[in-house]
Design a binder for this molecule. Sequence first.
Ligand code: ADE
Length: 251
Amino acid sequence: MTAPIAIVSALHEELAAVLALMPDEQQQTVGGRTFWRGHLHGHEVVAVLSGIGKVAAATTATVLIERFGVQRIVFTGVAGGLGDGVNVGDVVVAKQFLQHDMDASPIFARHEVPGYGRSTFDADAALTAQLARASEGMLRELPVHVPDAVRSAFGLHAPTCHRGLLISGDRFVSTTAESKALRRELPAALAVEMEGAAFAQVCHDYQVPLAVVRTISDRSDDSAHVDFPRFLREVASRYSAAIIDALLTRP
Ligand code: ADE
């Protein structure tokens, strides 16, 4: 039997598709969260919703490690695109994480996490390489996973997989002014979401490997809210399920 792996999503629609792949899941509630323990392709899995935002994410990561003894964490979710060419329907696999709203200046440098002497945390290289392979494979076979009508409704023609910096903060970025400011301040950032960097800090504390994949649901601009629930239901949940299925199918 393998060491337990955590599969985490931020939103119910994404996790539902993953749970549907687990034949034997059993629920357990800890800290007001429901954790589903079960198996997927022979792997012992603990699946959970992270909740939204950095505090909810940090609590979830800590419970997964302390209570459930998970030895790897994989996070699937959605994010707003920031980098040039990071479009709706693309996928971003994180290599580093940063909290864009961390600011203890002038005591510490802007974005530096006090006590750590750094502003970025790394994803686990080996797990991230596996997750990127699974994501690229899913995109290559997109018509198998996402029906034609949905692909054309969202203009998903040839989505690509990007790897790099993912930034997190306790804010849904939904104005062009704000996304421009983030792009100016953090030009390497590919996408923005609300949990990844919190998971990365906790995983750093416990030395637990982390990999994060995010489907781009919007461009973090004035139209960021348009069709968001439909995108989650019809695109992001299918991407997540296909990526996790491929990831855990491999040895
Ligand atoms: N998750 C998906 N889109 C996002 C955005 N624009 N800002 C923050 N988190 C997101």
